[in-house]
Structures are given as structure tokens and as C-alpha cells.
Design a protein around this ligand. Sequence first.
Ligand code: MN
Length: 294
Amino acid sequence: MKLVRFNDGRIGVTDGQRVVDVTTLTGVDATAWPPVGMNQVIQNFAKFATAFQQALNTQLGLPIADVHLQTPIPWPNKLLAYPVNYHDHATEMASRGLANIQGFFLKANSSLSGASEPIELPALPGREIHHECEIALIIGKTGRQIPVEKALDHLFGYACLLDMTIRGKEERVMRKSYDSFTPVGPWIVTADEVPDPRNIDMKLWVNGELKQEANTRDLIVDIAHMISIASSAATLYPGDIIASGTPAGVGPVHAGDLVSIEVAHIGRMDIPVIQGNRGANIVFEKPYEFVRAS
Ligand code: MN
């Protein structure tokens, strides 16, 4: 099943063409702050699944092109991310900070944005802002110290994820935490729709030119191990998001670009890039030259 958050915090189910509003079925107050409705839906999904499917089967809904797709989970307990998680990306970055050596880092939850929202480049002349093509793992069940063989029981679903990054030597958390630096969507696909987590293709294009292409079989730390390792340190909660780490081919984006990401069995997002006038500070005053190692 595919779950969306749309317009002003409405919860919907979609077949990829139509969106059927199921907000009233869930009891979620779409206007509540903080916006944790989707976290509650994920926590109680077993209770809702049949009614959601029935709503999709029997109601016309809205054409998906006519709705504003928001980020599915705007208020996770945490947004975890793995660093370099493919050997080819490690080579291009000349990086030894592999996912199995460094573990996860965090991004600000407020960097999350949705499929209908642009990436806003901060006003940082002298800095490259790169696309990183990743998969979002959405946690469905609370757990701590989850063994690898049980890890997929805690996986609710997947989404496409862009981990936008200012290149430089400054604190990684800040370089990756600007507003709109984590587009997630276009929806959450429940885990049962992905036949094999060890065989998921993903691709990223800029203006139609293929830049990144990978399959989860080439991950250094695979999906089950990502969940297990994260949970050894931090209790995972329904709605938590784990970014998988990116393969080779990262590169700069500019105002006017269109970044497209497609993940097999999951979906596709086409995200425009716009130039903002905010974001400058003393930290990023000095220019930084990104040099690809290979
Ligand atoms: Mn990344």
C-alpha cells in the first residue's frame, strides 16, 4: 500500500494515479501541531489497513497531479542517515568514513520536504550543493538492540530520499540540515510491496542526465544491518527515518535544475531546484573546492 500526506496534512492512500483521503478514518487531526498524524497511522497501521484498501477500491479520490504532496512524516522522532555506504562513492570521496566504521549521523527533522516542494539552495556563493540519491527506510515498530534477523520485522516501508549536502569540512550535521535538504516521497510504500530488500535499483538524473545508479545488493551495510546497528544505540520508534547512504556520482545542483529520483518498487520524484536568498553565515563564508578523487 502507498500512503501519502497531502495538501494541509491530510492522510491519503494512493495507487499512484489517484489519492483517496482517509484522514477521517484515522482520527488524525490534520491541523494539529506538532504534525504527528502519520506516526500514529504507522503505529496503528494493522488496525487501518483493510479500511484503507477498501477506501482506495471504492472511492474515486483526486488525481494525484492535482494534490500537493507533502513529506510523509514531517515530525519523526529522528532522521538518521548512514554516510558513505557504497564502495564506489568511498572511492570518489577518497573517504575512509564508511558506514560500517562511522555508524550513523543525524539530520535536522526540519530539513524534510515533500515531492511537490522545491529544493531551496541557500545563498552560499563559493559552495557546491550536491545531490545524494538514497532510499528512506521507515520504521514501523518500536525496538532497541534489534537482532539482524529480526530487523526487517521493524521495517514499515520505504520512500525515495535525497540527502542534499553542502560540500566542505564543516560539521556534517549543519551542512546537511538546511530546510528542504531532505526531500522524501512521493509516498511511503509498505514493505510487503518490495520483494527483496537486497535487490532494489535506484537512479538519479539531473535535467534528464543520469548521474547515479545503484542497487542495494552493493550496500556496504545492508538494510537489515542498518536497522540493527541504529537500534543498538537508540530506541527506534514508528515513523523514524533512516537514510541509506549514497552511491557514486554525487555532484552539484543549480537553480533551475530538475532532480529526478526513481527507486524500483517505490516510485519517482521530480524536484525543481530554486535559489533562495537566506542561509548565509560566518561558518560558510570561506569558499571550498570539491575535488572528485576518481
Ligand atoms: Mn548521504
